[in-house]
Ligand binder design. Structure first.
Ligand code: HSE
Length: 438
């Protein structure tokens, strides 16, 4: 028998089952490519009785994590249990026992990554986390290796499939947010508690990791500006269409002279931009490198086999190093750990972008000039105006888009406008990305 590399898996859920299935289905192909056989020796889960979508020998299953940690033959552990504390403890214990780690746990890495990577570096072990950002899409490898020669000028990503699914349905079928969310939950596309997905938190986990690899920096995800999609109405989707835009939940990063601009919010993007075509639960990443120019990566950001594909990619990478008796041909986070420093994020008030405003105003003479006057006084230049319908009583929507303006000025202007007696409800704001996407 040829060389075997033994793996311990913790978490026999959807992705864990996918991993087992992929290592069964493509075992010979992977062995041919690697020159060794990847063998799952133990699988730990709290539930080892419910049938899975894949069958395994009973001998492999255990509820005792020590069966993996204490087995000297197991050289790589795969953490697919999710959550924070237990996963962190398990990974640290594995690292201290010099076992390499593969994980898909973006929440854990975005929150405790700095601590975990420091220990990994000290223990001289490797950590694979390709599955943690963009499921099957090779984001980590692309940033650490393929684009290594580039300054990353910008990142625009659709990093959450659930939000993208909801926005696609709202846009294409004219259905309200609440209805689409409910249907998505019934179909199993959205979690019972969808907060992480729809409020941008899951996207922030992924952007934090993407930023740290793009710029070789430590990033605290709570420092990233974040807005979700739960407040988006069909009215704004319709106005966006009329103006030539689609609304997408974008993760955005831009390299500025002394700082990085990083933000997550619903964004209007031109209909004809490739990111607008990313529908359903797909994810996509658009990088612009100073040498590479545009690089567009698209695929399934979640799911049993797509995510397992990335887990196996990490296993093969680590195994290839092991077979050459090296540890980490590529640094954990693009640059040596001792060279990583804290990211300098641009405060949100300092960003400059174009805006869409929907004012709710009474249809009276002089209303537009009052609003336009306040915008002008705050150095905000109007690009387009739409006003529809006429009501003798009640509020009408007045939509304006702007040329690039500073967020600080916009916030100040909207505060003044919302106090006007001709304005009824709070003004709705969306940011527009146009020129920078090209
Ligand atoms: N829940 C995520 C999504 C997938 O909807 O894209 C895992 O991060």
């Amino acid at each position: 028998m040829g060389k075997q590399i033994f793996i311990g898996l913790v978490g026999f859920g959807t992705i864990g089952s996918g991993l087992v299935k992929l290592l069964q289905d493509n075992v010979d192909l992977i062995e041919r490519r690697l020159g060794a056989r990847l063998v799952i020796k133990k699988i730990v889960d709290l539930d080892i009785t419910t049938p899975r979508k894949v069958s395994v020998s009973k001998d492999l299953l255990t509820t005792d994590i020590a069966d993996i940690l204490e087995d000297p033959e197991i050289s790589i552990v795969v953490e697919l249990m999710g959550g924070y504390e237990n996963a962190k403890t398990f990974i640290l214990n594995a690292m201290h026992r010099k076992k390499h780690v593969v994980t898909a746990n973006k929440a854990l890495l975005a929150t405790y990554g700095n601590e975990l990577f420091t220990v990994a570096d000290k223990e001289q072990i490797n950590v694979g986390f390709e599955a943690s950002v963009g499921g099957t899409i090779p984001i980590i490898k692309t940033l650490k290796e393929s684009l290594v020669a580039n300054n990353i000028i910008s990142i625009f990503g659709i990093m959450n499939g659930t939000s993208n699914y909801i926005l696609t349905k709202m846009t294409d079928e004219n259905l309200p947010f609440d209805q689409v969310l409910k249907e998505a939950q019934i179909l199993g596309f959205a979690e019972a508690d969808p907060t992480f997905d729809i409020e941008g938190i899951d996207t922030a986990h992924k952007l934090a990791l993407t930023l740290s690899l793009s710029y070789g920096k430590r990033v605290k995800m709570e420092d990233i500006y974040m807005e979700g999609i739960s407040g988006i109405s069909l009215q704004d989707i319709e106005f966006a269409k009329e103006l030539g835009y689609k609304i997408k939940l974008l993760a955005i990063a831009l390299q500025k002279r002394d700082a990085i601009e990083a933000r997550i919010h619903p964004t209007m993007i031109p209909f004809d931009h490739i990111l607008s075509t990313v529908g359903g639960n797909y994810n996509a990443f658009h990088f612009i490198g100073d040498a590479s120019g545009s690089v567009f990566l698209y695929g399934q950001g979640a799911g049993m086999m797509p995510t397992a594909s990335s887990v196996v990619c990490d296993l093969v990478d680590i195994a290839r190093d092991m077979m050459k008796n090296i540890v980490r041909r590529v640094p954990l986070r693009s640059i040596p750990e001792d060279k990583i420093d804290d990211i300098n994020l641009l405060p949100m008030e300092e960003i400059v972008t174009s805006y869409y405003f929907r004012f709710s105003a009474y249809d009276r003479p002089g209303v537009l000039s009052k609003i336009a006057g306040i915008l002008g006084n705050n150095s905000i230049s109007i690009a387009a105006v739409i006003q529809k319908g006429r009501k003798e009583v009640g509020l009408v929507p007045v939509v304006m888009t702007t040329h690039p303006s500073k967020e600080r000025n916009v916030r100040k202007a909207l505060k003044e406008i919302d106090k006007l007696d001709v304005v009824g409800d709070k003004t709705i704001l969306f940011r527009i990305e146009d020129e920078r996407l090209k």
